[in-house]
Design a protein around this ligand. Structure first.
Ligand code: TPP
Ligand code: SF4
Length: 309
């Protein structure tokens, strides 16, 4: 598979059209644009679960999708795309379809880590040929910024508000890439600030004959209370703090795709968003130390598993 080159994608008709209604600086829009550019000329069918991406791109009578696209409900992107893929396989067998079609499902972290997990795990276990992309903004943003199992410890959300009772969310985030990789499938962690790495992973996932999962940390200036003009700078801090390492797992083998020259402290990432501002106060010193220790532990484990330590 030849690597994607900028000159191959520049000037192409984009399959994700401009004019959507997502917020300025929304990482979901940036990511889906990158994904659809990586799709290139391949025929694809896309399913999108209820959430920001669906709401912001399909306000009747308009659509941002220049491909066959299905809206399905909050938990069901994986089961919907499984059904379409199964129909495609049956039609191919009967000789009714000859061209090779790929299938992509998008879900938010709420629709993926929480309410849609059963459908996703089932689809991966059955071995459907599809790429599932989690647009992970670490919360239920479309319905007002509630916490999800992808929300990091200490984040202020509408259902884990920081104050006298809580310091923000009190649980660790679920390590979904590891969970999905344990299905024996291709699973990767990506970030739109490293767009070439993200697009390469999408291409690789599309070439795989079977399920693939890519978890993308997407900046959400509205829910994260961040500066929309700094979205990609913000999210890159998560990568450079090794809170969101870029890696992939294939056949249970882990490969690290990016090692920051200098690992920055987690507080650098906290500083860039309103949802973490309380953590910068002296009374949260111990909690920040606990979070930093867990980030370090996960990073060290990853280095070891990837044979980099
Ligand atoms: C069964 C069901 N429960 C609840 C809802 C309401 N609902 C719609 S979108 C949403 C949150 C979506 O969060 P996420 O999947 O993380 O996507 P985001 O909006 O953050 O992109 C909820 C709770 C619903 N549509 N269906
Ligand atoms: S709330 Fe966040 S994820 Fe949703 S459209 Fe706005 S910036 Fe994007």
């Amino acid at each position: 598979m030849a690597p994607i080159r900028l000159k191959d994608i520049a000037g192409k008709t984009e399959k994700f059209a401009r004019g959507h209604r997502l917020c300025p600086g929304c990482g979901a829009a940036i990511t889906v644009r990158q994904v659809m550019l990586a799709v290139g000329d391949r025929p694809v069918v896309v399913a999108t679960a209820t959430g920001c991406m669906e709401i912001g791109t399909s306000l009747f009578p308009h659509t941002s999708w220049r491909v066959p696209w299905i809206h399905t409900n909050f938990p069901n992107a994986a089961s919907t795309i499984s059904g379409v893929e199964a129909m495609y396989r049956a039609k191919r067998k009967k000789g009714e379809v000859s061209k090779k079609i790929k299938f992509i499902a998008f879900g938010g972290d709420g629709g993926t880590y929480d309410i849609g997990f059963q459908a996703l795990s089932g689809a991966a276990e059955r071995g459907h040929d599809f790429v599932y992309i989690c647009l992970n903004n670490e919360g239920y943003m479309n319905t007002g910024g509630q916490r999800s199992s992808a929300t990091p410890m200490g984040a202020d959300t509408t259902t884990s508000p920081s104050g006298k009772v809580l310091p923000g969310k009190i649980q660790w985030r679920k390590d979904m890439v590891r969970v999905m990789a344990e299905h024996g499938i291709y699973a990767a962690q990506a970030c739109p600030s490293k767009w070439m790495d993200l697009m390469r992973k999408v291409e690789k996932a599309l070439e795989i004959d079977g399920p693939a999962y890519i978890d993308v940390l997407i900046p959400c200036p509205t829910g994260w209370k961040g500066d929309p003009s700094q979205s990609l700078v913000t999210v890159q801090k998560a990568v450079d703090a090794c809170y969101w390492p870029l890696y992939e797992i294939e056949g249970y083998k882990i490969k690290l795709n990016y090692k920051p020259k200098e690992k920055i402290p987690i507080t650098e990432w906290f500083r860039s968003q309103g949802r973490f501002q309380h953590l910068l106060k002296p009374e949260y010193k111990d909690l920040v130390a606990k979070i930093q220790a867990e980030v370090d532990r996960r990073w060290e484990r990853l280095l070891k598993d990837a044979g980099e330590a």
